[in-house]
Design a binder for this molecule. Sequence first.
Ligand SMILES: Nc1ncnc2c1ncn2[C@@H]1O[C@H](COP(=O)(O)OP(=O)(O)OP(=O)(O)O)[C@@H](O)[C@H]1O
Ligand SMILES: [Mg+2]
Length: 247
Amino acid sequence: MLLEIKNLHASVEDKEILKGVNLTIKAGEVHAIMGPNGAGKSTLGNILSGKDGYKITKGEVLFNGKSILDLDPEERAALGVFLSFQYPVEIPGVSNTQFLKTAVNSVRKARGEDELDAMNFMKTLRQNMQILQMDQKYMKRGVNEGFSGGEKKRNEMLQMMMLEPKLCILDETDSGLDIDALQVVSKGANHMRTEDRGFIVITHYQRLLNYITPDYVHVLAEGKIVRSGDKTLALELEEKGYSWVNA
Ligand SMILES: Nc1ncnc2c1ncn2[C@@H]1O[C@H](COP(=O)(O)OP(=O)(O)OP(=O)(O)O)[C@@H](O)[C@H]1O
Ligand SMILES: [Mg+2]
């Protein structure tokens, strides 16, 4: 099993946010998580990636059978956990290329793999940028420096493609994207969709799931998964709203 979340309870500043989340993801599967504002979706993503500020009060998270809750974010990244938004929003003065190269090689090193030489790195980078229809000029600029909202999202997808994680967590990757960018970013995600990789796609909109077709859809409400189904659940939610689920 790629990921097992068992009865996860977590709080922030003594307020309980997650109240017993259970979720199991096999390699090759895409799970969408939907749910009302403030339900705990981002909290769940952040906790999986190892972001601090959360107190786990109960339950466990197993990644490939091993507990990861005691690992720091870098160790989890090395194992293959990737959260969009995980990386600093803007790093002026550090070129995008340099940043990606450092990030990719530190993850490779932690996995016991050789560093990518400059030529192979640039080749992979160009291929991925082509899929995302990103202009080369974005590589010389500081990381996300002056990037528009949509350009940052593409860049985030590029980071994910370069790091080749085993678990990709996308938190509202679709927000603020124009229609073309939505398709392009989805293309990047679908390109990464392989038998050995799993996805958690957090979104408010069914529209994204037309492009990235989920195997399962879950509704997280008030800190718990209150309903799970296939992709038709997203359509039903769009039509009937969340009150229908809670009723
Ligand atoms: N650092 C924090 N301090 C206080 N409360 C927090 C903190 N982080 C999260 N919360 C609270 O936890 C709850 C869940 O937040 P979270 O961001 O996980 O929701 P969400 O499901 O991602 O919502 P949205 O759909 O609006 O993104 C919210 O009520 C939020 O205010
Ligand atoms: Mg959120």
